[in-house]
Write a protein that binds this ligand. Structure first.
Ligand code: ATP
Ligand code: MG
Length: 585
């Protein structure tokens, strides 16, 4: 039970549902034992001639009443036990998701989304199997054979009972063995299916690439292969089932043959009555299912334990970025948007070279810093550290005079408006995307933000305007529109620090100028960091740094950097030339 500590809260809270469910199940199992007995009594009464039609009706009525009770109670245990198991699944899924939300980018750098999805679907559902059908199987596997066999022994004949039961353990063994094979093949089917859906999904989202490279035929071929493999795996599964059920039925029928032969001879020799004989056959019929359950229950428990262990491994990962013990009580209002890097170096987990080295930098409140640098020079890394997506060593990075590790995470992140380089937007309405920081945000603020980001006119052109849904089920925004919606989302947060990571690369220089003008108004008394590859984006900044291989190689205003005749100047000259050529063309 140690393994299941992650769900012990749930089990404790819902123990009465399980206890009631098992009690009801036991009552059903008990009631089932009555009917064979009645059949025996009626048969004996008929052979002895003591049975009147009135009694037959009475017994028939009794059987119907019992059947009705069983029906109602079966519904009850199903609702209790299976219902609890479904709730467990729901509860665990929520818990798992909540845990995933606490984990840092580092975790996601090391774990594939596909694997996490598999945990969330397969492992959680196999736990449901353990704490739903598993509980039922275990109860039936213990109670039904124990009671039924005792009754058989006491009401009929020891020799007959032992002989007739001989084949039944083979059903349990068979189910155990087949269960393992089924599990394995079922996994193959699932893997083949996910391969198939991956193919379809990639082809749908990459349809433009497929078409432009004229690879439709080839892709259809590849799909056919996947589809073939899927049906093949399915057939392998169908075959096991096709083999298993008849075999179980065959073994069960051996018991009946033994009963018929040996039991029949006992009746002829008058050692047991005809009534005992008929009850015995009915009791035997009750035993097939529990025998199957015995075989399955071990597999179900094993699978549940294995799944729980896999989930535990993820649950046990502590978020590596949390409020430290030394955290100060700083509110968002109190936090001054001044940033200071003090000889900071940073290396990603597992990386050979540092992504940033010896960064010394001071961004004063209300100022704008621009960062230029070749791809891979560490620009995104630098701003990720300000957002504390990764931990820095004490004393290397401070905000408003406080070491970043001592600022409450919530305060820190709520103070920053971040426009990520990949401009990720959610598949929901434009309005909800922009109001992401506060879903109760007034429409006025949303509209204002889009005006500053110069995307308002574009949005008004959509038939549904702010209610336009983005993403797969909605419209696809152009690269530049995405960037600007993403900027609006950051502005709407009303942040003290605004960070734009290459966020104007997809808009033309004219629009860029207007957005920068708008930002200037919004960012009065706030601090901004603008990352760009284009000099036009950053030349107005109070300070510009040039990063190269993780180091600051140049620092100063646009004018200062030009006269340095270094990397900045050479990029500037190249861009000027490009612009000139473009204008001439
Ligand atoms: N999660 C990560 N794990 C390991 N290395 C990383 C990770 N993210 C980035 N890097 C490496 O760190 C270096 C700096 O990357 P970064 O993303 O900061 O560059 P960048 O200047 O933003 O580049 P670009 O202009 O292309 O956006 C690169 O060499 C990159 O390969
Ligand atoms: Mg980057």
């Amino acid at each position: 039970m140690q393994t299941f500590y992650q769900i012990s809260d749930f089990l404790k809270q819902h123990k009465w549902r399980y206890i009631m469910g098992v009690i009801v199940l036991l009552v059903v199992d008990g009631l089932q034992l009555i009917t064979p007995r009645i059949i025996g009594i009626v048969t004996d009464g008929l052979t002895e001639g003591t049975m009147t039609i009135k009694y037959i009706y009475m017994y028939a009525a009794l059987i119907i009443v019992i059947a009705c009770f069983i029906a109602v109670l079966r519904y009850a245990w199903r609702m209790l036990v299976m219902g609890a198991a479904r709730d467990l699944e729901f509860w665990l899924r929520n818990k798992f998701f909540s845990h995933l939300e606490t984990l840092s980018p580092n975790f996601y750098n090391n774990n594939k989304t596909g694997d996490l999805m598999a945990h969330a679907t397969n492992d959680i559902s196999s736990l449901r199997m353990t704490f739903g059908p598993g509980v039922i199987m275990m109860t039936d596997a213990i109670f039904i054979p124990a009671t039924t066999i005792t009754i058989m022994l006491f009401t009929t004949d020891i020799r007959l009972t032992l002989l007739a039961l001989l084949p039944l353990p083979f059903i349990a063994i068979l189910m155990g063995v087949f269960g393992k094979v089924i599990q394995k093949r079922h996994k193959d089917v699932q893997a083949a299916f996910s391969d198939l859906t991956d193919k379809v999904q990639e082809n749908m989202s990459g349809i433009r690439v497929v078409k432009s490279f004229v690879q439709e035929e080839h892709e259809i071929d590849k799909f056919l292969k996947s589809n073939n493999s899927y049906i093949e795996k399915n057939m392998r599964l169908v075959k096991v089932f096709g083999f298993m059920f008849p075999l179980v039925a065959f073994i069960a029928s051996l018991s009946f043959i033994i009963t018929l032969g040996y039991g029949g001879s006992l009746v002829i020799r008058d050692e047991i009555t005809l009534g005992q004989f008929t009850s015995f056959i009915a009791y035997l019929g009750l035993l097939t299912w529990p025998m199957m359950a015995i075989g399955q229950v071990i597999n179900v428990l094993q699978r549940g334990t294995a799944s729980m262990k896999r989930l535990n491994a993820i649950f046990d990962i502590q978020p590596d970025i949390t409020d430290a013990a030394v955290v100060k009580d700083i509110t968002q209002e109190e936090l001054k948007p001044a940033i200071e890097f003090n000889n900071l170096s940073f290396t990603y987990n597992g990386a050979k070279h540092p992504a940033l080295s010896n960064i010394n930098l001071k961004i004063e409140e209300g100022k704008t810093l621009a960062i230029l640098g070749r791809t891979g020079s560490g620009k995104t890394t630098l701003v990720n550290l300000i957002l504390r997506m990764y931990n820095t060593q004490e004393g290397q990075l401070s905000i408003g005079g406080h070491d970043i590790n001592t600022i409450p995470l919530k305060t820190l992140r709520e103070s920053i408006g971040y426009v990520p380089q990949d401009n990720f937007l959610f598949s929901t309405t434009i309005k909800d995307n922009i109001a992401f920081s506060n879903i109760d945000m007034g429409m006025e603020k949303v509209v204002q933000a889009t005006k500053f980001a110069h995307v308002y006119d574009n949005i008004m052109e959509f038939p549904l305007q702010f209610d336009t849904i983005l993403g797969e089920r909605g419209v696809t925004l152009s690269g530049g529109q995405k960037q600007r919606v993403s900027i609006a989302r950051a502005i709407a947060k009303d942040p003290k620090i605004l960070i734009l990571d290459d966020s104007l690369s997809a808009v033309d220089t004219k629009t860029e100028e207007k957005i920068l003008e708008g930002l200037k108004q919004v960012m009065k008394n706030r601090t901004s960091i603008i990352i760009a590859h284009r000099i036009s984006t950053l030349k107005e900044a109070d300070e510009i740094i040039v990063l190269d291989e993780g180091k600051i190689v140049e620092k100063g205003s646009h004018e200062e950097l030009i006269v340095l005749h270094g990397l900045y100047n050479s990029i500037y000259q190249k861009q000027l030339l490009e612009e000139k050529l473009e204008n001439e063309a």
